[in-house]
Design a protein around this ligand. Structure first.
Ligand code: MN
Length: 446
């Protein structure tokens, strides 16, 4: 009996970087191919197969094609949901795929009295698979406290326990997962514990049985790409796990200390660094320190990225720890509300004007009266988080062209407004599409 254990493929991640998104898909493709070469009986997907509950259609197409090939080779696939591809209340793509039979959902949950019964799915090899999905915000942690252990004990061996949850004792130091389950809450007596959720590879055990987190196949965030080492999955033969590396590219990582350098110095150093050959590599730069003159906004990262991309697959520039000695705060000037706002934005936009404006647009939204606070917070968080991630990776910096464009757009809008009263006679201008202003926050205008 032989199976593959894959977790956290996060297909569809890096939607803003097509090349990284493609590498991630390739990693999954490669892992599934290797599993087929190894002639496994079945494959376990321990959650977060997709980065979103409803991924883009091209991602769906690619992943279905890969899984179809595996199924056609007679290899069964068993999956649980992860925190990313699960959707409370809504149907996720995972449900759709399970209903087509392309994989089998290995979660059969039942409630009896105050206990949760996890029923097994039996594979043709005679191995029983018991799964518990990861839920958003790790809500499944509470389920572990109520598992019917008698039932789990009664399932005959051989048996596998598949989960998508952090185990308290195994979490890396630098990660502060609030919701973790102590090892003691895992059911005893299983022959293999197939984990998902932690993106680092971890080998541990429960009594004498292996407990494995294969880690992410590629990575789902910029931070993953920065910190993860060897990536891959496990081939498990007669419950003996063996790591199989999946490598779709090389990485070039460098930390640049900007202490005492001017914005111009940093720009020049980066442009020089960009002249090397980075073929087949993803470049990850971290720029930290305090600029002696100029601000991060003065460094044309757009141009720098373009220069690196002449040879590199892609480049990620993290300027999160880059500060400036200089503080350019000038009294906001302007003759209209919009003009003053524009000037204030320019003076505070360390991470790019467009970022400040987009963030502001999200944060000005008030909570609808019929909405629950936690739902609203979740919505705010999920819309600001990707934006902030992109911003600290410098994606909005050096957008001189788009700054110019934005200015022209605003001017055009202002022109249009001037003409509006003439066209629409006495009708009040619509409040809907207007530019938000600082004063919408209840700021003192006068
Ligand atoms: Mn994950």
């Amino acid at each position: 009996m032989k199976f593959a254990h894959i977790a956290d493929a996060h297909l569809g991640a890096f939607s803003k970087n097509p090349s990284l998104r493609e590498l991630n898909l390739q990693a999954f493709e490669m892992a599934m191919e290797k599993a087929m070469d190894e002639d496994v009986d079945f494959i376990l997907l321990a959650g977060d197969l997709f980065h979103n509950p409803i991924p883009d259609m091209d991602v769906v197409k690619r992943s279905v094609e890969i899984m179809k090939k595996v199924r056609d080779a007679g290899i069964r696939i068993y999956a649980i949901y992860g925190s990313h591809d699960f959707s409370a209340g809504n149907t996720s793509l995972m449900d759709v795929l399970a209903s087509t039979g392309i994989f089998t959902k290995a979660v059969r949950m039942d409630a009896r009295d105050d206990k949760i019964i996890l029923r097994e799915v039996e594979d043709e090899t005679g191995v029983s698979i018991v799964g518990i999905s990861g839920l958003s915000s790790s809500a499944e942690v509470h389920y572990f406290e109520h598992l019917d252990m008698d039932y789990l004990r009664s399932i005959p061996s051989p048996k596998i326990f598949m989960f998508h949850t952090t185990i308290e004792e195994l979490k890396p130091d630098y990660i502060s997962y609030k919701n973790a389950v102590p090892k003691s809450l895992l059911p005893k007596g299983f022959d293999y514990y197939a984990g998902g959720h932690l993106h680092e590879r971890i080998e541990s055990s429960v009594d004498d049985s292996p407990l494995i987190y294969p880690g992410a196949l590629f990575g789902a965030t910029y931070n993953d790409l920065d910190i993860l080492g060897q990536r891959g999955f496990y081939i498990v033969e007669d419950f003996k796990p063996r790591f199989v590396e999946i490598k779709v590219c090389d990485f070039f990582k460098k930390i640049i200390n900007a202490d005492g350098l001017s914005a111009k110095d940093v720009y020049e150093e980066l442009m020089e660094l960009a002249q090397k050959n980075y073929e087949g590599k993803v470049v990850i730069l971290k720029i930290r320190g305090e600029l002696s003159s100029g601000t991060p906004g003065d460094i044309n990262f757009h141009e720098i990225r373009e220069e690196f991309r002449k040879t590199a697959i892609d480049v990620l520039i993290n300027t999160y720890s880059l500060t400036a000695r200089e503080r350019r705060i000038s009294a906001p000037v302007g003759s209209t509300k919009e003009e003053i706002e524009e000037n204030v934005f320019r003076s505070i936009s360390t991470y790019g004007l467009r970022f400040t404006r987009e963030l502001f647009n999200i944060l000005r939204e008030r909570m609808p009266e019929d909405m629950r606070k936690d739902v609203f917070e979740e919505r705010l968080w999920s819309s600001t988080y990707p934006l902030i991630l992109s911003a600290i990776n410098g994606e909005y910096l050096g957008e001189e062209e788009s700054k110019e464009e934005a200015r022209r757009e605003m001017e055009a809008e202002r022109e249009a407004k001037k003409e509006e009263p003439a066209n629409r006679e006495r009708k009040k201008p619509s409040q809907k599409g207007r530019m938000p202003t600082l004063f919408d926050f209840g700021g003192d205008a006068s």
